[in-house]
Write a protein of this length. Structure first.
Length: 339
């Protein structure tokens, strides 16, 4: 079994999907099952809405290969936009995918609500970070007498990544109690929170190990890689009660629904930090990698054992594209004229 990941990976600080897929590629290389060649692969893993045009074409050219879709989103909830893009993703999934991997149960349920049809085998597998970097080795220990060291990160400067909450924290928290540093790209200028440029994964892991609490207020976030990295580095977390955050957090921190709850919850975390930290129970990358391999292997064998050719799912993909573009245009017109 040879696996190829169809995704243009970027070195340096970038989005969570990019960071996870780079780590997954390294894991598969270590296991001796990764190939950089589409032609040599038995399984093609593709990601969310990226390269859907290419995937549809590859599906027609290679009907006997096994296609696994790592489905993100719903994208329209993350972007607060028209659900047309999700309809495109779901329809492509229906045509192409032999198996689907969701990153959280929240993502699966929301996708069902927006029209995803559960026709193919699926699994929910949470992300995990690069274990060489994101671990508790050489971690600083929290001191109850000191200021609570809070860290916030965001590669994206989209306001839906929680910047309204971070701005409220900047203007309302007592900074004699808290030391807060933001790493990433921010659309707002902070007065009390120290803002710094995005860091490489290596640099970020060091800063996470110096921190006590990771805060994220991103909205409709499927499976926050930044939250997972922070927890693996020994942080306790305070998260907005939305998306996949509660599933990832478990009991390693607190959830908030409104900004007014934040000061009290930070006090709770400060006073009981060590007990929160003990509750960490996320799977490591070896466990996550094995889950990916087991699901892909089972899906591949099931497809191989079928007597019919998967090309029976074919649809004229150009027609699909035209239909979806028409739907998108209609949605834009309705939104503009409010009908």
């Amino acid at each position: 079994m040879k696996i190829h990941i169809l995704f243009e990976m970027v070195d340096g600080p970038w989005g969570g999907g990019n960071q996870f897929l780079k780590a997954l590629k390294n894991y598969l290389l270590d296991e001796g099952v990764y190939t950089g060649s589409i032609e040599e692969s038995d399984i093609i893993l593709f990601n969310s809405h990226h390269s859907l045009d290419q995937i549809l074409e590859l599906r027609e050219v290679h009907p006997l290969k096994c296609f696994i879709h790592r489905l993100d989103g719903p994208v329209s909830l993350i972007r607060n936009s028209s659900p047309v893009i999700d309809q495109y993703i779901f329809k492509t999934n229906d045509i192409v995918a032999d198996g689907t991997i969701f990153q959280s149960n929240w993502s699966f349920k929301k996708s069902i609500q927006l029209g995803y049809e559960d026709k193919t085998p699926h699994a929910t597998i949470v992300n995990a970070p690069n274990p060489i970097l994101f671990n508790r080795i050489n971690r600083d220990q929290h001191q109850l007498v000191a200021k609570l060291r809070i860290i916030i990160t965001s590669w994206s400067n989209n306001m839906r990544k929680g910047f309204d909450v971070y701005q409220w924290m900047d203007e309302n928290l007592d900074f004699s109690k808290y030391e807060i540093t933001f790493y990433g790209n921010s659309p707002i200028e902070f007065k009390n929170i120290v803002s710094k440029a995005p860091l490489s994964s290596e640099e970020l892991s060091i800063e996470l190990k110096k921190s006590d609490v990771f805060v994220t207020a991103s909205k409709s976030d499927t499976c926050s890689n930044s939250l997972i990295e922070a927890l693996h580095c020994g942080n306790v977390a305070l998260v907005y009660n939305d998306g996949g955050h509660p599933e990832i957090l478990g009991s390693t921190g607190e959830k908030f629904d409104s900004v007014e709850e934040i000061p009290k919850l930070l006090e709770l975390i400060h006073d009981d930090w060590h007990n929160y930290a003990k509750n960490f129970d996320l799977p490591n990358f070896d466990q996550v990698g094995k889950q990916y391999m087991e699901f892909m292997d089972l899906t591949y064998k099931n497809k191989r054992d079928k007597s019919h050719v998967a090309g029976s799912k074919k649809i004229t993909w150009k027609l699909l594209k035209l239909r979806l573009r028409a739907n998108e245009l209609l949605a834009t017109i309705k939104n503009k004229f409010k009908f």
